[in-house]
Write a protein that binds this ligand. Sequence first.
Ligand code: FMN
Length: 173
Amino acid sequence: MDALQTILNRHSVRDWSDKDVPADILSQILEAGRRSPSPLNSQPWHFIVVQNQDTIEKLMGYAKHGSFLSRAAAVIVVTIEKPVEIDKWLDEHEQYLFSGAAALYNMWLASSALGLGSCWVTMDEQKTEEILSIPSSQKIIGSLATGYPKTDVLHIAPKKTLEEVVSYEKYGH
Ligand SMILES: Cc1cc2nc3c(=O)[nH]c(=O)nc-3n(C[C@H](O)[C@H](O)[C@H](O)COP(=O)(O)O)c2cc1C
């Protein structure tokens, strides 16, 4: 599938079959995260792959909009070293955070291209830190819950039109 079609077909999947995700597929998804852009190529991210069902259920218990998490084959939690301290100006603009979003989204796209279905899930920061022993120097960006979708029905969420979201030269409608 070409890149544009992968982007256009990507959608949130929240229900999965029992099929395991092979290690090489998982590794390709993580590779897509590793190759993401970041300010001054700081690569401040860390990816925690959670496949232990008990751990996923614990995380699910604190994710307000993640009641489906336990059906995922894997949950990849993305964290960022905050701030990365290689450039004060970039830190002041909180650019380090966006690297995490870029990496998470790259992995989402890669998972779709590889035939998996995924959803970005917002995690409870404090509880996730405790459960996964994440040091306080890290900022939790979110997680990618992934697995093989239960159905191949494409649910494309309604989106605003280009006219609603684009302006030229200056902000406006
Ligand atoms: C930053 C971010 C946080 C999100 N958090 C959640 C979440 O906690 N639970 C969930 O079910 N979906 C979550 N989503 C997925 C959105 O609900 C989804 O992207 C949106 O409804 C549009 O649907 P689509 O992904 O199919 O285009 C999140 C998406 C983003 C980008």
